[in-house]
Each structure stands twice: as structure tokens, then as C-alpha cells.
Design a protein around this ligand. Structure first.
Ligand code: DC
Length: 213
């Protein structure tokens, strides 16, 4: 069993990195952000306010990890709404339980999110905290939007990212922060391949030490 925990702010590249690592080590993969997005999506779809905690709890109970539809949940507004429903401890508890069950399933998993190393899988074999400066993350998001023919304003994207960071880092329950034993990976000046190789070196070292112990 191997469990790899990846945390970091929105847009730092942890999703792509998690997918590369899950492929490489042949592990299950869970983007835990999708679970919070699924709850937000259910509320938005029924035109319910995002602070309707009991509706959010019901939606959280109904989340099926095998049926998370990335395309349906990818809208920027859904991410914003997810960050708002993610402040409620009862909603988090329901989702965290499902995430832990997923992590326990052989042969193990890569999970990415905000609280994987600190709360969901505190005993993970390897914890990575992936960051990049807010400016770099905003630049990447702008390039992504432009690559699909869209247009956006850099300073609005940047303000959005800063606001999301503040909400995710500032909440009382399970705020985004590196676990004490996390390896920090700053991808501000790294392409995805370099980030993958850096992560692989950290993981191979940790696994070699674990297997020797
Ligand atoms: O990674 P993402 O953008 O899909 O996440 C959307 C929101 O969900 C994020 O802003 C905060 C919340 N989230 C969380 O609180 N804990 C997680 N483990 C994953 C996401």
C-alpha cells in the first residue's frame, strides 16, 4: 500500500502532478476538490443558497466517488461555490470519511486537495505541498482560457485567486496549510515535467527508506 497526499492552493498544478504520479506508481487517483464541487453543484442546480448547511450535508451524503464528472464540475463558478460550502465542518466530515475509505483501498492512492496531509491521511507515506506564486497561477489560468479561444482579464483572475487562497487558508476547519512533514514543491519556475521528476525523486527516496525500515 502506498498513499501519496498532495495539497496546495488552486492552480498550483497539483491535479496534473497527481495524475502523472498515479499513472507512474499505478495507484488509484482522487481529486478531492471534485467532492466539494459535487456538493456545490447540487445546491446551485436546485437554486439553494450555499449556506444551507442541511442541504449541503444531504448533497455530501449523496456524493458517489465513482461517479464524479470532471467535465460537469469544472466551471470556475462551481470551484468558487465549492470553496464556500467547504467551510462547514459537518459537510467536511461526511466527505472526509469517503475520501479515507478511498485511500484505504488497495493498492493505495494519490489524493489531492487542501487537507489531505493534515486531516484526511495524516499517516500518508509521502506528503507533497505544491505551490506557485499567485501571479504565476493567474498567468497559467489566463493561458489556459486563451488556449481554448476565450478571453479574460489578468488582474481579475489574480484577484480571484487571492480571494480563494484567503478563504481556503483562513477557514477554521481544516485550513489549507502544509503538514509539518510535507515536502514543499514550488512550481513557479517549473514546467510539469520538471515538477513530476522532482516529486518522483522525493517519493522514491521516501519509499526506499520506508522499505529499509
Ligand atoms: O481543487 P479545487 O479547485 O477543485 O477545489 C475547490 C474547492 O474545494 C477549494 O477552493 C476548497 C475546497 N476543497 C477543500 O476544502 N478541501 C479539499 N481537500 C479539496 C477542495
Amino acid at each position: 500500500m502506498i498513499v501519496i497526499a498532495i495539497d496546495g492552493p488552486a492552480g498550483a498544478g497539483k491535479g496534473t502532478l497527481a495524475r502523472r504520479l498515479a499513472d507512474h506508481y499505478r495507484l488509484n487517483l482522487l481529486d478531492t476538490g471534485l467532492t466539494y464541487r459535487a456538493v456545490a453543484y447540487a445546491l446551485l442546480q436546485h437554486a439553494l443558497p450555499l449556506d444551507n448547511v442541511s442541504a449541503a450535508e444531504t448533497a455530501a451524503r449523496q456524493v458517489d466517488l465513482a461517479k464524479l464528472d470532471r467535465a460537469m464540475l469544472s466551471a470556475h463558478a462551481v470551484g468558487e461555490a465549492a470553496s464556500k460550502v467547504a467551510v462547514y465542518p459537518t459537510v467536511r466530515r461526511i466527505l472526509v470519511e469517503k475520501q479515507r475509505d478511498f485511500a484505504k483501498t488497495p493498492p493505495g492512492a494519490v489524493l489531492d486537495g487542501r487537507d489531505i496531509g493534515t486531516v484526511v491521511c495524516p499517516d500518508a507515506d509521502i506528503k507533497l505541498y505544491v505551490t506557485a506564486s499567485a501571479e504565476v497561477r493567474a498567468q497559467r489560468r489566463l493561458a489556459e482560457i486563451e488556449s481554448i479561444g476565450g478571453s479574460a482579464n489578468f488582474s481579475e483572475i489574480l484577484a480571484d485567486i487571492v480571494r480563494r487562497d484567503e478563504r481556503d487558508m483562513g477557514r477554521a476547519d481544516s485550513p489549507l496549510k502544509p503538514a509539518d512533514d510535507a515536502h514543499l514543491l514550488d512550481t513557479s519556475e517549473m514546467a510539469i515535467e520538471a515538477a513530476f521528476l522532482a516529486a518522483k525523486t522525493i517519493i522514491d527516496d521516501a519509499l526506499a527508506k520506508r522499505d529499509k525500515a
